[in-house]
Design a protein. Structure first.
Length: 207
């Protein structure tokens, strides 16, 4: 993974949505804000044609992805939703998709962001070059553990960023037919974005 900051290319980026499931709603700190940020990122993905992969941890017991995150609206951009029991999103089906596509970057949102599970969700360098973890789109049962997990991921080569920052990187410039729709979405999501940042970033400010 490179430490260089470069524009995200929508054609070479994939959004990973990790385990945002119904049974976690009352357990995860700032769960609704994680959902809100992820909802926005799915809308951005649809506008800018960024593929999306979703994982679900033991859905038989923990339920499916929350209904607010309607990935069916993405059509072919939804590359799949995969069941798992491993405490990592990089399971064999996801690895296979990453190998099949020429992705340079992944964006990660979701739970559980404890050091063990989320650090193991960072794809190997042989699969992808740049990893971006959205700090306003991840959380944990214990909010105090999140800075430790994010620091560990940064040590491993990930870039810790925000939904707003990576969205504008994906857009790239204020021109073209997609910008008007993109700009309208950013404005419509402004209050939600502020709420997520206010809820989820203060205890990560040391990063």
């Amino acid at each position: 993974m490179s430490a260089n900051i470069r524009r995200l290319d929508p054609k070479k980026t994939v959004l990973l949505v990790c385990d945002i499931q119904v049974k976690f709603r009352d357990a995860i700190y700032g769960f609704e804000e994680v959902v809100a940020t992820t909802t926005k990122m799915l809308k951005i993905a649809k506008i800018l044609e960024v593929p999306v992969i979703v994982s679900e941890q033991y859905p038989k017991g923990l339920g499916a992805t929350v209904p607010e995150l309607n990935v069916n609206e993405l059509g072919p951009l939804h590359l799949g939703t995969f069941d798992k029991t491993l405490f990592s999103m990089v399971v064999p089906p996801v690895e296979a998709i990453l190998k099949q596509h020429d992705f340079e970057s992944v964006l990660i949102v979701g739970i559980e962001v404890r050091e063990i599970s989320m650090r193991r969700s960072i794809p190997r360098r042989s699969l992808v070059t740049h990893v971006h973890v959205l700090a306003d789109g991840v959380s944990s049962v214990n909010k105090e553990e999140v800075p430790i997990a994010l620091a560990s991921m940064r040590q491993a080569g990930a870039r810790i960023t925000t939904s707003e920052s990576c969205s504008f990187q994906l857009m790239g410039e204020a021109s073209g037919p997609k910008f008007k729709v993109f700009s309208a979405l950013v404005k419509a999501e402004l209050n939600s974005t502020r709420a997520s940042v206010s809820k989820l970033l203060p205890y990560k400010s040391a990063l």
